[in-house]
Design a protein around this ligand. Sequence first.
Ligand code: ADE
Ligand code: ZN
Length: 333
Amino acid sequence: MIELIKKLPKAELHLHIEGSLEPELMFKLAKKNQIDIPYKDIDDVRRAYNFTNLQTFLDIYYAGANVLITKDDFYELTWEYILKCVEDNVIHTEIFFDPQTHTARGVAFETVLSGIKEALSDANAQFGITSCIIMCFLRHLSQDDAFATLEEALPFKDDIIGVGLDSSEIGNPPSKFKDVFKKAKEEGFKLVAHAGEEADFSYIYEALDVLGISRIDHGVQSINSPELMQRLKEEQIPLTVCPNSNIELKVFDHYQEHNIKQLLDFGLNVSVNSDDPAYFKGYLNQNFINICENLPLTEKDVIKLVKNSFNSSFISEALKQAYLKRVDLAVAQ
Ligand code: ADE
Ligand code: ZN
């Protein structure tokens, strides 16, 4: 099984670039930019990565992002993630970034975007990896703040395929962002949102029916509504599931209790993703390995999960077909 996981070309649809900041790079950039971080060494950082829920992670994740200041920093962050993609045979990736985390500290929107973009362009030139960029609004902030961020993004519309919604879920339902998502849609952005990660399935309904999103990030709480499960199945709405994240943030106590196999068996369009791999003990292949070692997933299931991610991506139909052929070819070998 591990051989199959490694040899399959894969797509990743749920990856926060700030969540790929490894402790080594955090230390290097903290020193270069003279930013204080509350750790004495790398081991100390890793010891702090002991989360009890989403918020305990977010507090540490936002503090880590403070070391990112210059365009080169964002380039290096993104390039290091790309090298992991090469290692894991990820050939297409759709990455999130959180502009407000940086603009609130005085780092310009363009600085962040241009560093990420340049690394992704080099990734395509050197490795043939394709990618899209999705900007997320932080849901613990106001809708007005999200509107201001959308305004800032308009000059860079060609570089950003969609908008998403992330950060502290409970108490910040999708409906809080109804108007800004409406405007983003009018401007031509694709729409996604984190929903049903920690909060109940009503957040998934809101993301679908109030925001009009086309892909749900996480969505594992859908299991608690037979009616929603039926709808997600009929409409084949993609759920970008992140197993390591769900375990590290205590959404499930053990991999054996993760519901990805149940969602898949029911006929939902689920994929496997790494979310914040530097914080959650592993990149994409490790997510596949962890679920395969703990759940009765078959080779056929793994192939289906991989194909779902290409089918749910924002690439052209032609490229989708070309990538699906590459998956079939790898399976046949
Ligand atoms: N930002 C980064 N990772 C996140 C997650 N898993 N949920 C919500 N916001 C996030
Ligand atoms: Zn996420």
